[in-house]
Structure formats: C-alpha cells, structure tokens
Design a binder for this molecule. Sequence first.
Ligand code: CP
Ligand code: NVA
Length: 326
Amino acid sequence: MTVSYVAGPASTLFGRHFLEVTDFTPAELRRLLDLARYLKVQARSEQRTLLRDRTLAMLFEKPSLRTRVSFEVAMTQLGGDVFFAQGSEFMIGARETPEDAARVLSRYVDAIVVRTHAHEPLQRFAQSASVPVINALSARAHPCQALGDMLTIQERFGGIAGLRIAYVGDARNNVAASLAEAAVMLGATVQFGCPPTHRPSESYLAKLDALGSQSGGSARAFSNAVRAVREADVVYTDVWTSMGEERYRERNDAMLRPYAVTEELFSYAQPAAVFMHCLPAHRGEETVAGVIDGPRSAVFDEAENRMHAQKALLAALLTELKGIPV
Ligand code: CP
Ligand code: NVA
C-alpha cells in the first residue's frame, strides 16, 4: 500500500492520555483500529519519519515481554527513540509525588508509557503530565491489550458488533475489564464465566451495559462456565493470579479450576470460535495445550497486533495524523 496524501480528519486523540478504554469514544476506538490496520500493511519504509525526533519514556514496575518489546519496536519503526526504565527506582510515588515525577518527565520526553500496580497514582501522574500518558497495565486496566484484541477479532470476523465474547476465569482482573469495555463499546455481547469471588459487581455490569447502549453491546455474568461459553464466537481467558496478587494464588487455583478452558469447555462455543489469551499463559491451569496450541487459537496474532495497535496509538496521540488517509 502506498501513502495517499489526501488527509483524513485531524486526530481528536492528539495530546490525550490513554489510561482506560473508556477514555476514548467508540468512534475514536474505531478510527484507531482503522489506523492500526492501515499501518499494519503500509510499507515500513513509509513510516520511518512519522515520529522522528520524538522520545518515549517507558517506566515499568512489573515484568513484561510483549508490552515492552511491542512498544519499543513500534516507536523505533516510526522513527522515534525510547528510554526504558524498570524497577523500584522508577516506581510512581516512591521517591517523590506522582505529580512532581510527571512534571519533570514531561520536560524530557514526548510521551510516557507506565506499567504499574494501583491505578490511582497513575491517574494522579497523568493529571500532572503535559505529554500523553499511556497505561501499559495497572491493577484496574490493560487498555493496550484490548486494542490488540479488538484488532484481532476484527481480522478474524470482519467486525465486532453482534459477536458473543465469553471471558472465563478471573472476571475482575485488568484484562477482563478492558476487553469487556472495548467489546461492548463496539457492539459485542460479553459473557463472563466466573465464581462469585471473581464476578464483576452488579454496578460494573450495569456500567458495561450503559457503555454498550449506543452500539448494541451488553454484558452478563454466569457462574456456570458452560453457559458463558455456549455459542460464543470468542473464548478468552487470562492467568488466574495477576501480577501483584500472588497472595491469593492458592484461593484462585481452587476457585477457578472449573473455569479452565479445556477442549471440552471450548467445544460448547461456535464451531468457528477462536480462543484468545493475552499471554503469558500457564498450560494446565487456565487453559490446556490442546486449546492454546490448537488450530483455533489466535494468541500469537493477538501478540503481534499489540504492536500494530500501539503504532496507531502513538501516531494518534503524538501527531495530528497529517497525510494519513484514515
Ligand atoms: N499481554 C501482555 O501484556 O504481556 P506482557 O506482560 O509480556 O507485556
Ligand atoms: N492479568 C495479568 C495480565 C498480564 C499481561 C496480570 O495483570 O498479571
């Protein structure tokens, strides 16, 4: 594909933060996905100058493979530079207030990607930053994962509206929340399968219904895993114990065992259903090799699409998308 010099509309995302999926409107999410699809097939040589002379800081308080590498490669392919820092020295609020750290970093770099524990210090940090702040995973949300997941679902099904997406396991975690918010905003039905200990609150389910009201999306929760998965187009799961929650591991293993995505549970979904997982995965826990390594698994497309979606995100937050026809 060659670049057309007919400009698309200016980016309404220019200069904004992305801490949660709901920071953007459904129309903005759709445009971001269009842009991701465009950048995915565009010749790399055409992208080399999009973010020239821009620097991205990445502060990670938790381990990462996909998020770190996909952001670094995305920024590099768009012609920008990356500063990566990991560990307690860079923890938000450890040596100084989140507000002071944000004001200082905003003097050095053009955008800041943060992987952290609690969400609230990240919000404080973003409120004081004068450059875009991107949530690369907090205890509450993993919005960049949701972008890559929506891109993957669109590729597989040609769209998202009207699909049935089952999420089984810890339905209160960051990945579940961001996936569900994006899915209902884009018109899908989300069916959680989880025990009462890991069930989203009624008020959160109502919030998801409200988010989906314009596009026909909605959410419900079942304690029976089969009911959640039955006739689903997508079956999604994540680790039973998220980073920072290790003290609950034994309880989670016991409570979530009936929600493992085995071949048997997966067989209740549509014959053409796809299996999704944000990775890293634990075979023999939340899923099994026969599913995640099977022909209907989309997990490596998801991992790849993190990079394309984040390229679109960086381009939209850091430029006005001049010269880009989507
Ligand atoms: N899915 C995901 O965010 O992976 P990492 O923890 O490896 O970044
Ligand atoms: N829910 C997981 C996602 C890892 C990408 C965690 O927070 O550890």
